[in-house]
Design a binder for this molecule. Structure first.
Ligand code: 0L1
Ligand code: MG
Length: 262
């Protein structure tokens, strides 16, 4: 780490203000060019501490930047993690307000609900599948708070991996009963197909992404508790949405999950 506690708190307040007031800010490394990914996680953990202090429950975690398509789209080469709080959850079919978002984008993800604790530093795909109660199709609404989507890894980690909202739906399935490494997914916006891909795009297998998340959590001094909801990362590139759009993500074997934006 290169940032002292005072700088971590100051950057956290800047990110928190951008998230709560839905306004874009320059990437954090403009002011702190030496900022590391470790510094980014220190800001993210301070952000989470503040959510928890406000009495909001954490429901799980998200993997970010786990597909080549996403890494290329965002110009980074290492995956990341972020936390998911109850207030970010929206029900399937619910109208999602865009007024409190900066420039939202949607991406299709396989989500895992765990039934046993997972610990790093050497968590494996097999351990993840064993500890999974069910998998369920999900859509993450990401909303980078950085102007023009111009950021680097330390900045995006500090911004909680651009996490904003998430929706789950479709048909929950036992993880071992579907071919998780090769599930076809089609994303439709306003009735038109706008993206498609295979779950194998997520680090080769979405459970590998969850194992990676557990191993990063170990580095942060944490484990993944039983009962966690984990988004394993976008399968396709993220697609921009605005008020008036309706979106449905159709997953092979897992069904569809839809929402509309107002
Ligand atoms: O979930 C993700 O992969 C998002 C990572 C952050 C980059 C972005 O805002 O697209
Ligand atoms: Mg995502």
């Amino acid at each position: 780490m290169t940032l002292d506690r005072e700088a971590v708190v100051r950057l956290c307040e800047r990110v928190e203000g951008a998230q709560r007031r839905a306004h874009a800010i320059p990437k954090l490394t403009d002011e702190y060019p030496g900022m590391t990914v470790g510094d980014g996680y220190a800001v993210q953990m301070e952000l989470r501490r503040r959510w928890l202090e406000r009495g909001v429950r954490q429901v799980g975690w998200k993997c970010g930047l786990t597909s080549r398509a996403k890494m290329k789209q965002m110009g980074v080469d290492v995956p990341s993690i972020g936390f998911l709080m109850f207030d970010m959850f929206r029900s399937e079919g619910e109208a999602i307000a865009t007024a409190d978002l900066v420039h939202p984008r949607v991406e299709c993800e396989v989500a895992f609900m765990t039934k046993a604790e997972l610990c790093g530093p050497h968590c494996t795909r097999e351990e993840v599948i064993e500890a999974t109660d069910f998998v369920i199709p999900a859509v993450e609404i990401i909303d980078s708070r950085f102007s023009g989507f111009k950021f680097d890894l330390p900045s995006v980690v500090a911004d909680n991996g651009s996490s904003a909202r998430f929706v789950a739906g479709g048909r929950p399935r036992i993880a071992g009963e579907v071919d998780l490494g090769n599930l076809g997914v089609v994303l439709e916006k306003n009735g038109e197909q706008v993206a498609m891909g295979s779950s194998g795009a997520v680090l080769g297998h979405p459970a590998d992404a969850v194992a990676m998340l557990v191993n990063i959590l170990h580095e942060l001094g944490e484990t993944l508790p039983a009962g966690s909801f984990v988004m394993s990362g976008g399968i396709t590139e993220a697609v921009a949405v605005k008020a008036g759009d309706s979106v449905i993500a159709r997953f092979q074997e897992l069904g569809g999950v839809g929402m509309r934006f107002v």
